[in-house]
Design a protein around this ligand. Sequence first.
Ligand code: GLN
Length: 209
Amino acid sequence: MSLTAGVVAVQGDVAEHAAAIERAAAARGREVTVREIRESGLVPDCDLLAMPGGESTTISRLVHSEGIAPEIRAHVEAGKPLLATCAGLIVASSDPNDDRVEELGLLDVGVERNAFGRQRDSFEAPLAVDGLADDDPYPAVFIRAPAIDNVDGGDAAVLASWDGRPVAVKQGPVVGTAFHPELTPDSRIHGLAFFENEAATVPVLEDAQ
Ligand code: GLN
């Protein structure tokens, strides 16, 4: 059966996430229709969801004012997969460490916004990421990226670290990355979040029969 994917499109790298979802689905012989989410009422029909990078203050304000925030929470509570990247990770966290960001509390982690320093605003790093389809390093693009804090004691598992700080985590159906997996042709992170995520429920091909 064809899947429906949603990309929260109030701001950020929407087209790139849509393309990465399509590549990850095609590599697994799955059909997917990607919808841009700018208003409430669409998320309930989505099998999988991505929340892109951008500016976390803007994204959090708009997902709350548009009534999308409770729908994202319900999506995760139903066990459906969510990939939250960069600013999306900040909004999905339990503690953005910034009063201007209203968190969704979907990952038991705190974050430090813009943690990797001004002189390194943007960089690419070969990351070892747990759970990828093979052992090749992942070419991770960081752009004014947050670092992940306070993982201990919560239910989030660290999938990757850079400079000694966690930069990718997974908690049940939610995968959060500080970097931008939509900006490289390598769709293994989207594959991990949506198709090889044992804690998430995605309709299988047989459901169509
Ligand atoms: N620095 C941005 C923030 O704090 C995130 C940057 C990004 O998503 N590339 O919201």
